[in-house]
Design a protein around this ligand. Structure first.
Ligand code: BJW
Ligand code: ZN
Length: 251
């Protein structure tokens, strides 16, 4: 098996010749910031039913329960910081001419780390909206203490502005992500199980358009067999190593 250093050097060789890179991140990139993933053995979906917590029907049946879960997640987020994985991507963005960051995460940690243009495919936990008229409501408090409330215009319930199962992804975001996947020369899939569509299609789109596919994930996923190279490490460990070798070569 190839030594890790050689594997990183080979990737850096390719990266140095790339001016267009697309990155898709998932819950795993925030795991080292103390944020739970969904499908790991200790992830949310091992304890909770996704249909109850992440669907419109689930919210309508038990809004207090769903609301309190999102408030709990906001509370965890309130005391979390971006990790070295998020921070490495900020540095790559500075060096690569066209660097496209697409995330399935709703936690805002890429932005908090300093990433400039983040495409949020599944919305954001810090925003809310009316379930009936879609009027945006910004969180007045971010510490998880906000109470469930109703829209002042139509009396609809206020819900988190995230994308639940069976809901369409924001059109502009998914369109941009698809275009960036077709245009890139190198595609990174980082910390995602590649189980949830349409985000899970993006690496295949990139591959079909000729991009080199890199997967960073300690575990094997549905994408793994398609990837050109895999780093079976936590992203907070491996991304700084790749960045370090890359920066040594560009200066
Ligand atoms: C590390 C690490 C470390 C750990 N470093 N890595 C059948 C076939 C195809 C599609 C469908 C189907 N049946 C239904 C669908 C559609 C459905 C879908 O894809 N379902 C599949 C699950 C089967 N998709 C949808 O409904 C989407 N909408 C849609 O398709 O609209 C069109 C439509 C409309 C009407 C009817 C039908 C279709 C919407 C999807 C919304 C997803 N929402 C959630 C929750 C909301 C946001 C929130 O609360 O946070 O989004 S679910 C959850 O999964 C969340 C995530 O963004 C998403 C993806 O999860 P992610 O990020 O990959 O996390 P994990 O936990 O799965 O993986 C973490 C990975 O990290 C693991 O692999 C670890 O190994 C790794 N890891 N530590 C690096 N340190
Ligand atoms: Zn309303």
């Amino acid at each position: 098996m190839m030594k890790l250093d050689d594997k990183i050097n080979n990737l850096v060789d390719i990266l140095l010749n790339c001016s267009n890179v697309t990155v898709l991140t998932g819950a795993g990139i925030s795991a080292e910031s103390g944020i739970n993933t969904f499908r790991d053995p200790d992830g949310y979906w091992s304890k909770f039913n996704p249909q109850e917590l992440a669907s419109k029907d689930g919210f309508i049946s038990n809004p207090e329960f769903v609301w309190s879960w999102y408030q709990y997640r906001l509370k965890v987020l309130h005391s979390s910081e971006p990790n070295s994985g998020h921070k490495s991507l900020v540095e790559f963005e500075k060096h690569i001419k066209q660097f496209n960051l697409v995330t399935q995460n709703v936690d805002g940690l890429h932005q908090k780390a300093g990433s400039k243009d983040v495409i949020e495919l599944h919305g954001s936990i810090v925003r809310n909206k009316c379930i009936e008229c879609n009027l945006p409501y910004h969180n007045s408090v971010f510490d998880g203490s906000q109470l469930l409330s109703k829209c002042y215009l139509c009396n609809g319930l206020i819900r988190p502005d995230v994308v639940w199962f069976g809901e369409f992804l924001p059109e502009e975001e998914i369109n941009r992500a698809e275009v960036y996947s077709t245009e890139c020369e190198l595609f990174f899939s980082i910390g995602t199980s590649s189980e949830v569509y349409p985000a899970a299609n993006l690496p295949s789109i990139a591959k079909n358009c000729g991009a080199f596919i890199v997967e960073i994930n300690p575990n094997f996923t549905s994408l793994s067999s398609l990837a050109d190279v895999r780093f079976e490490y936590p992203s907070g460990e491996i991304l700084p190593k790749i960045l370090e070798k890359y920066e040594m070569r560009i200066t």
